[in-house]
Write a protein that binds this ligand. Structure first.
Ligand code: C2E
Ligand code: CA
Ligand code: CA
Length: 863
């Protein structure tokens, strides 16, 4: 009580009030015009329901009221700032109750209602879409209405006004579509403003006097007591005031329609609020989920070490992850919309487009390796790529998604691993493992083809000495030099391997089936190896010699078993070592003997060649009339011990050892001299001389010059010379061969295709060769009368000759019957024992000189 009194005194002092009034409580009351509840004007500083009621209470309580005029919003502020003590006509709200005090019994019940110029304008809240609505600034209606509109998603503009009067003015002038007012004010004033109430009612409110929080508890208690008392009485100041202002003694009840409206609105609102809250929650949740998963996805896509992209049907990038941006050297956003031609060379682009097309056209997932070449980077990157089609809801392919992983390093590692696993690191040659694999394969191949093969086991002599005395580094150098030399002796398809230490193995494949011929080839290669390995090596700046021992096993020796074969070659190598080093040994003793014989023969031939033991015999060739038109020169070896040796015994060896070149040249010289001597004698001048030429001769680049040389030295005319080639000669390096033949042909030298019908010839090929004659192989003539096939072949060759405009010679004609048959078939040239055996040239010459042509008449001879 003391502080209140003190307060009151202080107020009096401040207000400068006279001393007798000191005992009276001074109350500053905010007053504004809101008829009929509150009226504040010049005549009535505080009137209306609230004003008059307060005057009555003040009088009863002995309070002195001071009216402080203000606008609604200012009044509220003044109350809180302590500039006024009491405000009439304040609706209770949760929010206000935090800053204001209220008494308990409402003075009036009220609600808000919308007023507009046309009463039919709006029937419900939903009709307010797009409307402008005047509402008291800072009022609970403003807040409430804004929330309601938002809750129903109605877009309306709330126009704040300082007073209800202003709001109604705006509504009347059409500047807003409606104005919000409490129904008391609205019903009281609407008509003056030509406004009508709308059925839009909301926010039932209880109206009180209010004070600032904790300031006027006593005043409010007194008001409460009076109200309770007066409302209970039939006739009281309260009922009289109500009667005067509203025509009713009871305070107005809220109309049932409003309750109903409010209830359904509230229910609707609740449902809609709940639904929208739930939806919002769901959307928030989903959005958060989506965002989170998008972020997660992006993090994953951008951290993986693979290029991930999406392209549309035109190959334009629609998505590219960070890895691609790094690879292409531009930001992700810049890549979008571009295609591969912006990043790669044309070859790579074509490759990528091909792959993309497969996915887009076939709609298939593909997995493959792509080789990418980036501009400005010479390295080719290998990518393992998976591409899958992307489809729309209709199932049409609208693009593709690709994932490419750079596996270049992996590939290099693989290659490196392969190298380490299968190759010797010092020499780079295949190692034992790879050799075994290839050997296995080669043996299987041999079983199918029947062709021979061989394993040459090569071991350096005295390698251990070099290694021990000069050190391992020098040993390694030697091994590298050896590997180089061995490699230089390889033919295509041969495999050279290093087994370790100083052991090398050479595998030869596709050798002739015939053992002797295979042996010849093996011997040639082996001797070549021994020859090259025995040359001095340069080690530490010094020349050093070291030979090698070679053990040889043939594929047919070990019947398809790689291990056995290696063992046998190894064994043979030990034999070679114990046989005095720098030598070779066959595992097969028979082969060994054969090789020995060949080696001796070769040495013998070299000697024989130097000693002039090789001579030519001549066999006549006759025409249909039996006239000698030429002769074939056939080689013979006049051996000091063995007598006259036939060419079959030495020509193949000469061919495989390379001796054929000096031998062939020597024989050609002899033949040219003979030809020159015939050309010098009128009776013999018409004779042609045929000389056999072997493959290694013809394939030698100096061959043309050698022939021309022989002709020139001997003085023979090229027109008399004829070279006989066999079909097998023609298989290799055809272009160069044809060119050589043409050059000789231009000089007048003629060519005959020997042993025709036994080898391989194609017609197109025959046409291109500058040939003069075909020589039917003597095997067909031999069986001409007995074998209808051979007879057919002979006739075919004759027909072919006619069509190609080539003469055909039949060789090996031994009987009159054969001759007869050939003549009947249209053959015009013959050679064979029937006419003459190969013999010393003098015989042929004598016979011709003696004009003994009649003797050649076939009919009178015969076997
Ligand atoms: P070729 O070129 O087919 O020679 C014809 C072979 O048939 C010759 O054997 C010849 O004596 C033989 N002959 C001729 N008429 C008859 C006959 O009526 N009946 C039978 N059964 N055989 C007949 P030759 O002289 O033993 O020569 C064998 C092969 O040696 C030649 O076959 C040729 O390929 C080759 N040759 C001979 N001399 C030389 C040469 O100087 N250089 C080269 N590179 N090879 C030669
Ligand atoms: Ca011949
Ligand atoms: Ca022949």
């Amino acid at each position: 009580m003391l502080p209140r009194l003190f307060n009151a005194c202080l107020c009096c002092l401040l207000l400068g009030l006279p001393a007798p009034l000191l005992a009276q409580l001074q109350l500053r009351v905010g007053s504004y015009d809101n008829p009929p509840k509150v009226i504040s004007n010049a005549q009535h500083p505080l009137g209306g329901i609230f004003g008059e009621l307060l005057e009555e209470i003040a009088q009863a309580e002995g309070w002195q009221l001071h009216h402080v005029p203000c606008q609604w919003q200012e009044c509220l502020q003044a109350l809180q700032d302590g500039r006024i003590d009491l405000m009439p006509d304040v609706a209770w709200s949760e929010e206000r109750s935090r800053v204001m005090d209220f008494h308990a019994t409402p003075v009036l019940y009220s609600w808000s209602q919308l007023y507009s110029r046309k009463s039919q304008a709006a029937q419900s809240l939903l009709d307010l879409q797009g409307a402008r609505i005047a509402v008291l600034q800072g009022s609970v209606q403003q807040h409430y209405l804004a929330e309601q509109l938002a809750a129903f998603a109605v877009q309306a503009e709330l126009v704040p006004v300082a007073s209800l009067q202003e709001g109604f003015n705006l509504a009347r002038d059409g500047q807003v579509d409606a104005a919000v007012a409490n129904f008391q004010y609205g019903n009281y004033q609407a008509r003056d403003y030509q406004l009508h109430s709308t059925p839009i009612m909301f926010m039932p409110a209880r109206l009180f006097y209010a004070s600032a929080k904790g300031r006027q508890a006593g005043v409010l208690n007194a008001i409460e007591a009076r109200l309770r008392q007066w409302q209970a009485m039939e006739d009281s100041p309260y009922t009289r005031i109500l009667q005067r202002w509203t025509g009713s003694t009871a305070q107005p009840l809220i109309p049932p329609l409003l309750w109903w409206l409010l209830a359904s609105l509230a229910a609707l609102l609740l449902v809609s609020l709940a639904a929208s809250a739930w939806l919002r929650q769901q959307v928030r949740e989903k959005t958060r989920h989506l965002q989170a998963s998008e972020e997660r996805l992006n993090t994953i896509l951008d951290t993986v070490e693979a290029c991930i992209y999406i392209k549309d049907r035109q190959g334009r990038y629609q998505y590219a992850n960070r890895k691609i941006a790094e690879l292409y050297g531009m930001p992700q956003a810049t890549i979008l919309g571009l295609d591969d031609s912006a990043f790669f060379d044309s070859h790579t682009v074509a490759q990528l487009r091909d792959n993309d097309r497969r996915v887009l056209l076939d709609g298939q997932r593909i997995e493959l390796e792509e080789n990418l070449c980036m501009p400005g980077d010479s390295r080719v990157h290998v990518y393992l790529t998976v591409k899958l089609p992307l489809r729309n809801a209709q199932g049409e392919v609208i693009g593709l998604c690709g994932i490419s992983t750079d596996i270049s390093e992996h590939k290099q590692n693989q290659a490196q691993i392969h190298r380490l696993a299968f190759y010797d690191s010092l020499t780079g040659l295949p190692n034992r493992r790879l050799l075994q694999e290839r050997l296995q394969h080669a043996l299987a191949q041999q079983q199918r083809s029947g062709l021979e093969g061989a394993l040459l086991f090569i071991d350096l002599d005295h390698f251990k000495n070099i290694n021990d005395t000069l050190g391992h580094a020098v040993g390694d150098q030697l091994l590298m030099q050896v590997a180089q030399r061995l490699s230089s002796c390889l033919r295509q398809g041969d495999t050279l391997a290093r087994l370790g230490g100083d052991e090398f193995v050479l595998m030869l494949e596709n050798l002739p089936r015939e053992r002797s011929r295979a042996l010849a080839e093996i011997g040639t290669v082996a001797n070549k190896l021994l020859g090259t390995l025995s040359q001095p090596y340069e080690l530490l700046g010094q020349p050093r010699s070291s030979g090698a021992s070679i053990g040889i096993a043939l594929f047919s020796d070990a019947a398809g078993n790689p291990e056995d074969l290696l063992k046998r070659a190894d064994l043979a190598m030990y034999e070679a070592k114990s046989g005095g080093r720098n030598t070779l040994r066959f595992f097969n003793p028979h082969m060994q003997a054969q090789l020995l014989a060949r080696t001796q023969l070769e040495a013998d031939m070299r000697r024989g060649l130097a000693a002039g033991e090789f001579i030519l015999h001549y066999q006549a060739q006759v025409d249909v009339q039996g006239r000698v038109v030429g002769a074939e020169a056939l080689a013979r070896w006049q051996h000091p011990q063995q007598g006259l040796v036939a060419p079959g015994a030495f020509i193949p060896l000469a061919e495989s050892t390379g001796l054929i070149r000096p031998l062939g040249r020597y024989l050609l010289q002899q033949a040219c001299q003979r030809l020159a001597s015939w050309q010098a004698r009128p009776e013999l001048a018409h004779l042609r001389l045929a000389v056999n030429v072997s493959m290694p001769q013809l394939h030698h680049e100096a061959f043309v010059e050698e022939v021309l040389d022989c002709l020139q030295h001997s003085g023979a005319h090229a027109a008399g010379l004829e070279l006989e080639l066999t079909e097998s000669l023609l298989a290799e390096d055809t272009e160069r061969l044809i060119e050589r033949m043409q050059r000789l042909r231009q000089h007048g030298v003629a060519f005959t295709l020997d042993d025709f019908g036994t080898g391989f010839s194609s017609l197109s090929y025959l046409k291109r060769l500058p040939l003069a004659r075909l020589k039917i192989d003597r095997s067909f003539i031999h069986d001409l009368l007995d074998d209808p096939n051979d007879a057919a072949i002979v006739r075919t060759i004759l027909a072919l000759g006619r069509s190609l405009d080539l003469q055909v010679v039949a060789e090996g004609v031994e009987s009159c019957a054969q001759h007869q048959a050939l003549v009947e078939a249209g053959c015009t040239l013959f050679q064979g024992y029937l006419f003459a055996r190969p013999d010393q040239p003098e015989r042929l010459e004598q016979a011709l000189m003696a004009q003994a042509l009649a003797q050649f008449k076939p009919a009178e001879r015969g076997e």
